[in-house]
Design a protein around this ligand. Structure first.
Ligand code: HEC
Ligand code: HEC
Ligand code: HEC
Ligand code: HEC
Ligand code: HEC
Length: 331
């Protein structure tokens, strides 16, 4: 009671400064959390500690630097550019790219994928059980990657295991693994624009990896998935509007949640690379979203097809008249 009264009192008299104070306290606690707790949790990770510092002068970079210097003394102009990429990749990128990833934000540290002992600051001990990625014992050997990622991305793994890609991978054929598409160490999601180049590495007419039109179909499928998102947005707006007008929106809501759950499942189901089923699912989602719009009283966007049809009809009518006039004149 007492607290309730006090709270009420504060709010009544100077509610603004109360809200302000609360906001300040909230921001401060978040800052303290971010400044102390998060880095401390990560600071205990020896992989990060050590690899952060491993930038410039490791052996490989020294080698490249020598090559660079030799090029320069012979005045070969491409020198820096030729090797800059390789240099970056080997020497700096692993740690730095990782820091830009969603994984870094959420504490998915190096040891989560590579193993090792993240409590040891001694390289040899820290690297216990870590092998080069070309070694079949490594957790990041291309065929072991799906299981490594699947420890956290179980649904993607399950779908991936149903794919032709996974079967070829198991059969030791050339096929993509998780990090073919989600490139290390940013592990982000591809932009549709990047699809052609990537999928065409294998799906091209020379390599004859069936089906060669997979990239085009995949782009189309993901574009339709985007269409579903925008139809869902329209249905949500229509429902908000209908509610304002006091209409019953329960049926519209049911259809909307059907569409939303399809939308949320699409990225996972995508990994079975079964494009016909993926498309079918999107069609179901689109139908549900449009039904929801209709139930919420929205005018559906099919109207423009009617004038189009009308024009075709009248054109057909004119041509019939024209042909029959010509025909009758010839007679
Ligand atoms: C004391 C420094 C240090 C610590 C701690 C450390 N590393 Fe390394 N790591 C290195 C160096 C240096 C290399 C470059 C290759 C070499 O010299 O062995 C390397 C290479 C690697 C490689 C490439 C594979 C290889 O064998 O060359 C991986 C993967 C790796 N580290 C992961 C980890 C993980 C995961 C942890 C934490 C469990 C970790 N490292 C802890 C210094 C360290
Ligand atoms: C989400 C999983 C994941 C995380 C987290 C991760 N890695 Fe990797 N890492 C991989 C995969 C997969 C490869 C293999 C890349 C390839 O085949 O080209 C790899 C390759 C490497 C390599 C090249 C080694 C080789 O043998 O080819 C190094 C070095 C490395 N990682 C270091 C790190 C460090 C340091 C961190 C932490 C800052 C880290 N990784 C975090 C998955 C991960
Ligand atoms: C220790 C758990 C863990 C492991 C192992 C792991 N991830 Fe993740 N991953 C996460 C979390 C947590 C997120 C963020 C939440 C989400 O999007 O599901 C994430 C997000 C992602 C995303 C979405 C990134 C974005 O920008 O939206 C991709 C792609 C991804 N991971 C790929 C991989 C790949 C590939 C591997 C294996 C090489 C891997 N992950 C291994 C935990 C993990
Ligand atoms: C490293 C090579 C490689 C890359 C990269 C690759 N694929 Fe494939 N893909 C294959 C192989 C191998 C098959 C199996 C073909 C067969 O069964 O004969 C396949 C099959 C497929 C299938 C048919 C699945 C089925 O069940 O019939 C689809 C769809 C597909 N890929 C889509 C894609 C898309 C989309 C991309 C790019 C995001 C891509 N692939 C990238 C190698 C690759
Ligand atoms: C041939 C390319 C390809 C391969 C192989 C691949 N992915 Fe993906 N992945 C994608 C694309 C494209 C998307 C985005 C799909 C979408 O938005 O509908 C995606 C999305 C994701 C996401 C985000 C899902 C979400 O809910 O937003 C994660 C996590 C992920 N993939 C993990 C994995 C893992 C783990 C593997 C291996 C078992 C894997 N991927 C293999 C292309 C691929």
């Amino acid at each position: 009671m007492k607290f309730k009264y006090r709270f009420g009192h504060c709010k009544g008299k100077n509610g603004d400064s109360m809200t302000f104070r609360k906001t300040v306290i909230l921001i401060c606690s978040l800052l303290i959390f971010a400044m102390f707790i998060l880095p401390e949790a990560l600071a205990e990770n020896s992989c990060l500690d050590c690899h952060e510092k491993l930038t410039v002068f490791n052996e490989t970079e020294k080698l490249f630097n020598d090559i660079r210097v030799k090029h320069m003394t012979r005045d070969v102009s491409c020198s820096v550019e030729c090797h800059a990429n390789t240099l970056d990749k080997i020497a700096k990128s692993n740690y730095e790219q990782w820091t830009k990833s969603k994984h870094a934000l959420l504490g998915v540290t190096c040891d989560k994928c590579h193993g090792g002992d993240a409590g040891s600051g001694v390289k040899e001990t820290a690297h216990t059980g870590i092998y080069r990625s070309s070694d079949a014992r490594s957790s990041v050997y291309y065929r072991n990657v799906p299981e490594t990622c699947g420890k956290c991305h179980a649904d993607e793994l399950k779908n991936f295991k149903n794919s032709a890609h996974f079967q070829k991978l198991e059969a030791l054929k050339q096929a993509p693994t998780c990090n073919t598409c989600h490139v290390s160490h940013e592990f982000n999601i591809l932009d549709i624009k990047e699809f052609h180049g990537l999928c065409n590495n294998c799906h091209n007419s020379e390599m004859r990896i069936a089906p060669s039109d997979a990239p085009d179909k995949a782009i189309l499928a993901l574009q339709n998935a985007d269409k579903l998102k925008s139809e869902i947005k329209k249905a949500q707006d229509a429902i908000t509007q209908a509610k304002k007008e006091g209409l019953d929106v329960s049926v519209a809501r049911d259809e909307l949640s059907k569409a939303e759950s399809i939308r949320d499942n699409l990225p996972v189901i995508w990994h079975s690379f079964d494009l016909p089923s993926f498309e079918k699912l999107i069609t179901d989602g689109l139908n549900a979203a449009r039904q929801s719009q209709k139930e919420a009283g929205m005018q559906t966007a099919e109207a423009p097809s009617t004038p189009g049809f009308g024009i075709i009809l009248s054109l057909a009518g004119f041509s019939i008249i024209y042909v029959s006039i010509i025909y009758s004149r010839r007679k």
